[in-house]
Design a protein around this ligand. Structure first.
Ligand code: NDP
Length: 311
């Protein structure tokens, strides 16, 4: 084999809870995993504030701190963690050939894909400014901080509908802002939203600006796209639920993806359409999207990679 090509038994792409958990298991199984952390080391949790629903942290922990602990645990067992980005993969033959932006070409016997998904944002300057200070992309993660308060959520799909009903149980009132006059969500979810007393629909409306001060979000200015009129809605929390995008551009044409571009896995496993390539975490899950479920599938991917190598 070409001496410039580095051979590894298990290559992990991405460094969220799925990637680090896969690394801990693979390292302890002596697979000597190499991990490329990707564009956002630590993944989506590094842009959240407090994490209170990950078991084992009874007092809660910040997202960035938790991911640092995941990293240290993966390093403790010898994972080779690299701060680079994988730029190309070739899964047509085994071992697989992977190129990274540090100039390395790697020949990998197994690959675990844990590149996650990215929340879509509206793109307003004020949305970025108050990120983690009242602006959130995950009601299940952050809704608890707004108990008894008034909040707004943007979107009209199943995620927004689910998150709005979740928030309605915790919050005094939820303004659901949608750019059209009807929801995209399934009929059952629409029914739930429209029959929840403390959800107020703000139809045909687009947020223009998130309002706030040094303490965080204080409201949102919305414009009715039909009438052109603007109004301010006072809220303490502003949730964006306009969809997620799986980070799978790299794998397009190499692996089977579903109609939403998530990596397809064999039900109950992390096995992709290519033997020896496994996918864990949000890159293959648009349903649960939790750190703990991502970590669980990271563990599964490693065990499956180890069994694949020993069979
Ligand atoms: P969707 O793409 O289904 O919905 C996104 C929503 O956000 C739409 O209502 C869309 O408006 C709106 N939107 C998109 N971009 C903007 C923007 N720039 N400004 C304002 N509004 C915007 O995403 P979801 O995350 O809701 O769902 C993804 C998939 O996952 C779907 O297939 C869904 O059914 C599935 N899912 C299923 C669940 C379940 O079965 N329990 C739970 C959650 C998701 P518009 O309608 O005008 O396009």
């Amino acid at each position: 084999m070409n001496e410039n090509i580095e051979s590894v038994r298990c290559l992990i792409i991405g460094s969220g809870p799925a990637g680090y958990t896969a690394a801990i298991y693979a390292a302890r199984a002596d697979l000597k995993p190499v991990m490329y952390q990707g564009m956002q080391p630590g993944g989506q949790l590094t842009i959240t504030t407090e994490v209170e629903n990950f078991p084992g942290y009874p007092k809660g922990i910040t997202g960035p701190e938790m991911m640092e602990e995941f990293k240290q645990q993966a390093e403790r067992f010898g994972t080779d963690i690299r701060s680079g980005v994988v730029t190309a993969v070739d899964f047509s033959n085994r071992p697989f050939i992977i190129k990274a932006d540090d100039g390395k070409t790697i020949s990998a016997e197994t690959v675990i894909i844990s590149t996650g998904a990215s929340a879509k944002w509206l793109g307003m300057e004020s949305e970025r400014k108050f990120m983690g200070m009242g602006v959130s992309g995950c009601a299940t993660c952050d809704g608890f901080f707004y108990r008894g308060q008034e909040v707004a959520i943007v979107g009209g799909g199943d995620t927004a509908a689910e998150e709005a009903t979740y928030l309605a149980k915790l919050c005094k009132k939820v303004f659901m802002i949608h750019r059209r006059g009807e929801l995209r969500a399934s009929k059952a979810m629409q029914h739930k939203v429209l029959n929840t007393a403390n959800i107020e629909m703000v139809w045909n409306s687009a947020p223009e600006e998130v309002l706030g001060d040094h303490s965080g979000v204080t409201g949102v200015r919305v414009r009715n796209v039909k009438t052109g009129e603007s109004r301010d809605i006072p809220v303490m929390g502003f949730f964006v639920a306009i969809g997620h995008k799986p980070n799978t551009e790299l794998f397009d044409g190499q692996l089977e993806l579903d109609e939403l571009s998530y990596v397809k896995t064999k039900p109950g496993t992390t096995q992709t359409s290519i033997n020896g390539v496994f996918a864990a975490g949000d890159v293959q899950d648009h349903h649960y999207r939790q750190a703990v479920t991502a970590a669980g599938t990271g563990c599964m991917a490693s065990i499956e990679a180890e069994r694949f190598l020993t069979n």
